[in-house]
Unconditional design. Structure first.
Lengths: 260, 390
């Protein structure tokens, strides 16, 4: 099976000997979130996750929760965000990150089709575990969406290849026991999950959750293919740094990863 | 009486479904913990020593069996024969203790050292804090800021019992948000913590396990009502938040020709106003907007102020075995006072929902025998009622 655009971008980075950088941007947060996404791409992110706010984000810590609430209060909706993305050339492949009920409510087929129509390649649903993923994997497969699955530190060894077998785009190694948010130190589990995933898959292995600084990004990607940075970037958005300020932060991650 | 075509409540399918509802929609991090919990629960439930320990605690610590009281004064006023199952007389003041003692024993058996819980009215939090004190476990209870204010007494009780109470400041700052915070805590502490969920919602195996721990009250009520009536009652009524007290009493009568009625708050009527959705681990009816954002419930009763409902109730509603009816806050305030004055029993505001429906439906209930689950006592609500009534 040929890789979709999201996976192709990450493979290209890896094949060139680099480390992948995927950045999370909260959709609908401020009037300039789309410009922020463009700035993130221009600053060297290989691909971008657009967060579609959900009322009850159980895998998210205070930063992304607050961003969600701000966006929802400003009237952000899944269809509004996807409409904004349609035809907007952001400059990097996109995935949507949201919770299962957003897809379930719209209907899985319709949701998958609406992602494709908006030019979104991949989709991450952090409250949809492997056992419940069947209907979504099927809908995503038919529409041509890359379903990106998570692999947690608590997973027994035999579970990891099962997850990798159905994940597309990359496999999302959860870096710690906990929800999204910046931590002062990188958890040992971040390196462990990458080390456990690498031998069982050829998919790009990225680690996310708890990667808040360029130094942590370098450390976490040493044993895998790269990182996902979320809360640190979203905090900048909430602080009003604007596309330029967020772009600067992303550039510092890119530079650190390139320097190794 | 005609032979009943009704069946006992069923166990869920291997994938945790009651009909189309249920499942295990949790972050990957929690999947092994949910699977382990199911294995351990199955093993414990067929282990005579676990059952003996639980039965002993239920009898000697919680005070089971609870009586079934005939309410002569209200029966006369309504024109029916009304009995109430006295879960208010259990230790800690509600049915919640049945489930908590079961889960705490199970957590101990699994080697967990810490209990995490959510609470709305504080009754489940108090029960969990109590079990943690008894079994020498750490306890952390999440409670929405709005509920911390309106159930102040229970907050103090939990702290007195040695539990840490953390205020949930997100969203509607009520039960839904306390569940979110408890799940976030569990994701981070899953190695040492057991999530002691307080109702029949959540991911598989919780809806089934919590029901099983509450079946004791249904069995008792069946035996007690047949001893007086010589047959099962015509109608069984209970309030529904997540639905644990209701499923407990329904379980005793599901195979009888008894009508089962769940009473929801009009402002939190997941079955009455909801459509299927997925939150907190299972597919069930859910109050949500057209995009799938969960709506905030609005009820006078902190324990029922929840936009979802346990998946087995969704199934019982869809299959027609039980029906679910809304009552308004005003009707509940009325019923709270009615029961206090007529019977000398101050009910929990949650339980007063069941009475509010009976009171409203008195004409259609005339001549019938009715068993209501009095899920808890109203001491915790007295301060709130002082404000409302003055
Ligand atoms: C006395 C009492 N009854 C009922 C409930 C609602 O829960 P459930 O629907 O699970 O019985 C509560 C919850 O706090 C309660 O305290």
């Amino acid at each position: 099976m040929s890789a979709g655009p999201f996976e192709a971008a990450l493979r290209a980075r890896r094949d060139a000997g680099g480390k992948c950088l995927v950045v999370y941007v909260t959709g609908g947060l401020g009037d300039d979130w789309l410009d922020t996404a463009r700035a993130v791409a221009a600053a060297g992110a290989d691909a971008i996750e657009i967060g579609v706010p959900f009322s009850d984000p159980v895998m998210d810590g205070p930063t992304i929760q607050a961003a969600n609430d701000l966006a929802l209060a400003a009237g952000a909706t899944p269809t509004g965000i996807l409409d904004a993305l349609r035809g907007a050339d952001v400059g990097a492949p996109l995935a949507v990150m949201t919770y299962y009920n957003i897809a379930f409510r719209m209907g899985l087929e319709r949701f998958a089709e609406s992602l494709v129509a908006a030019g979104v390649s991949g989709c991450i649903l952090p409250d949809l575990p492997l056992e419940e993923a069947g209907p979504w994997l099927e809908a995503a497969g038919v529409a041509g969406v890359e379903p990106i699955l998570l692999a947690a530190p608590t997973a027994p060894d035999e579970r990891l290849p099962e997850i990798c077998a159905v994940s597309r785009g990359f496999v999302y190694g959860v870096g710690l026991l906990g929800v999204t948010g910046v931590r002062s130190e990188l958890a040992a589990s971040a390196v462990e999950i990458a080390t456990r995933l690498k031998p069982v898959t050829d998919l790009p292995v990225l680690v996310g959750v708890g990667i808040g600084t360029p130094e942590q990004a370098v450390e976490a990607s040493a044993h895998g293919d790269g990182v996902i940075v979320g809360s640190a970037v979203v905090q900048r958005m909430v602080d009003g740094a604007g596309p330029e300020g967020v772009g600067e932060l992303v550039a510092s991650f890119r530079a650190a990863l390139d320097a190794g | 009486m005609t032979e009943s075509a009704n069946a006992p409540l069923q166990d869920p399918s291997p994938d945790g479904r009651f009909g189309d509802f249920g499942g295990q929609f949790v972050p990957e991090t929690l999947v092994p913990a949910c699977q382990e919990l199911e294995r351990e629960f199955r093993a414990a439930w067929v282990d005579p020593s676990f059952r003996a320990d639980l039965d002993h605690l239920l009898a000697e610590y919680a005070g089971r069996p609870s009586p079934l009281t005939e309410c002569h004064n209200l029966s006369e006023e309504f024109g029916c024969r009304l009995f109430v199952k006295r879960e208010d007389l259990n230790h800690t003041g509600s049915h919640k203790i049945n489930n908590v003692l079961g889960q705490a024993l199970l957590a101990k058996r699994m080697g967990k050292t810490r209990l995490v819980a959510e609470t709305g009215a504080g009754q489940h939090g108090v029960a969990t804090a109590t079990a943690a004190a008894l079994m020498d476990m750490e306890c952390c209870v999440f409670m929405g800021e709005v509920d911390v204010a309106r159930q102040e007494l229970n907050v103090f009780r939990m702290r007195l019992l040695g539990a840490e109470v953390r205020t949930a400041m997100s969203g509607s700052r009520t039960l839904k948000d306390a569940v979110n915070e408890a799940m976030r805590d569990w994701v981070a502490t899953v190695v040492e913590s057991h999530y002691c969920l307080g109702s029949v919602n959540g991911p598989h195996p919780y809806p089934w396990m919590v029901r099983t721990f509450h079946e004791v009250l249904g069995r008792e009520a069946r035996d007690q009502s047949e001893a007086v009536l010589g047959a099962p009652p015509d109608v069984v009524v209970a309030c529904v938040g997540g639905g644990s007290n209701a499923i407990g009493i329904f379980s005793g009568f599901a195979d009888a020709p008894t009508e089962l009625v769940g009473v929801e708050p009009a402002g939190g009527a997941a079955i009455g106003r909801g459509v299927p959705g997925v939150v907190h681990g299972s597919v069930s009816y859910l109050m949500q907007d057209e995009f799938g954002q969960v709506q905030e419930a609005e009820s006078i009763s902190a324990g029922l102020d929840y936009p979802g409902v346990g998946p087995e109730h969704a199934h019982l509603s869809a299959s027609g075995r039980a029906r679910y009816e809304p009552v308004t806050d005003a009707e509940v305030v009325e019923a709270f006072q009615l029961m206090s004055r007529a019977e000398g029993i101050i009910p929990a505001l949650e339980s007063a929902h069941a009475l509010a429906w009976i009171s409203r439906e008195r004409a259609s209930l005339a001549g019938k025998s009715v068993v209501m689950n009095l899920s808890g006592r109203g001491d915790k609500d007295v301060a709130q009622m002082m404000d409302i009534l003055s």
